[in-house]
Design a protein around this ligand. Sequence first.
Ligand code: HEM
Ligand code: HEM
Ligand SMILES: [Fe+2]
Length: 461
Amino acid sequence: MRYKTQRIAYLFFATVMLLLVLQVVYGFIMGFARIGYDVLHDYIPFNAARATHTNLLVVWLLTGFMGAAYYIIPEESQREIEWPRIAILQWASWVIVGVVAIIGFHFNWWEGRKFLEIPRPLDYLVVVNVLVFLANVGITLWKGKRITTTSMVFFFGLFCAALLYLPGMIYFENQTLDSYFRWWVVHLWVEGVWELIMGGILSYLLIKLTGIDREIVEKWLYVVVGLTFLSGILGTGHHYYWIGTPGYWLMIGGLFSALEPLAFLGMAMWALQMYRKKGREHPNKIAIYWTLGCALMSFVGAGLLGFAHTWPAVNKWTHGTLITAMHGHLAFWGAYGMLVLAIIAYSLPQMTGRKIWNNNTGYAAFWCSNIGMVSMTCALAVAGIAQVYLERKLGMDFLAVQKEVAVHFIGMLLGAALFTFGIALYIYQFIRHGLPNLEAMIPEDASNDYEFEARGAATHG
Ligand code: HEM
Ligand code: HEM
Ligand SMILES: [Fe+2]
């Protein structure tokens, strides 16, 4: 840590840990409901659990991105955050809005639009909050000593994500129009501007962790941004096949979304190539695991499993089934979950001065959570294929089929248990690091980056 205000990120990262635990709890509530143990039904019906599960996910990822911005932007622009107190207020109000939304879901206060369930009055508060966040980070960047490609791409991603929240707030009487614009938020976030956020954070991590020149790392960033926009924008069409939009979307959506994996492939090749050519071995190996893991797993979850059902001829069978849930889990985990855990794994030792890295707990956290998530994905895939076959090929009744596939949720829950064990270890590591500590600051005039000086410290972890 080179700037005092970077430690604001800790507040956001600690919140991430808490929200992730809650998300997993709601996952289990649904998983057990799926195998017949819907004991909380009267208090937390499936729809409330589902909305809570997915919204907690989106909120913890956004919280992680905000923390990453407060950590990365000062270092990239070589100055402190412009308004540190306002940043803390922004964190507090963000948490309050999130908690109110989650409680509201349990009292049927929600909009019923998948992923955008947060009620309208709270939407306005989200907008104000995010504007304050963007102003704070933006002015820090603007007044900084340098504006890097990494920080620009990262900031542009955050800015566009905020902008794209607005189409989801327009009111339409018409269901097709409402769906049409809902995808501007949901799709253009995860397959558009969030990829810029991902590119920015990965770029920062690769520069730090491989010791390769910024110019070389950032050159690839242009390629990733280019591929993302080329495929992702018109790729939105893969959600317009069956909602009442004109037929040409079948062709446009099919073609462009089939190109989307290229952006994720680019990201994976970039990370691996940078790691292969690394100048020096970075002592924080576990952060390298999460960084490379994110680049690879996003290709599998988003790129490959997205491609698997994106073509209209396939999607007409799989649309809205557990195949979607299969892809949703690994894509969100690989691309954005692991990204947030990567920046936390890198920055936590920097903020606290405790180099608890490269120990068995850290590696076990990585492997258990990943193998657990892949197992969950496989169970959902089998359930999804069975569902498509029974329901859509054989024409069995929807609910009868749900009963048939319940057995696969036992497998999913076993995977989820392993995943949860990994997450518990990650959180244990997080807590062991303690609080941020100003003694961990690196003097501004230090010529060498601290990590490389600290090579010898690796063995203490
Ligand atoms: C990190 C990136 C991605 C994430 C987080 C993600 C996540 C999701 C989620 C959560 C859904 C369900 C949305 C809903 O029904 O409301 C979905 C749907 C879908 N995704 Fe992705 N996705 C990603 C990338 C991709 C890519 C690259 C492709 C194609 C190559 C793709 C293809 C699809 C398709 C076709 C659907 C519609 C499924 C259906 O018809 O039910 N996704 N995605
Ligand atoms: C222990 C952990 C978890 C369990 C047991 C679990 C279980 C579930 C279940 C049962 C559903 C509803 C599927 C349905 O429609 O029936 C669901 C939805 C979903 N979960 Fe999880 N989950 C867990 C963790 C996660 C994590 C860590 C992520 C992301 C990183 C995630 C992302 C999602 C998404 C995106 C959906 C919505 C999928 C869709 O649009 O169809 N879940 N989860
Ligand atoms: Fe999409």
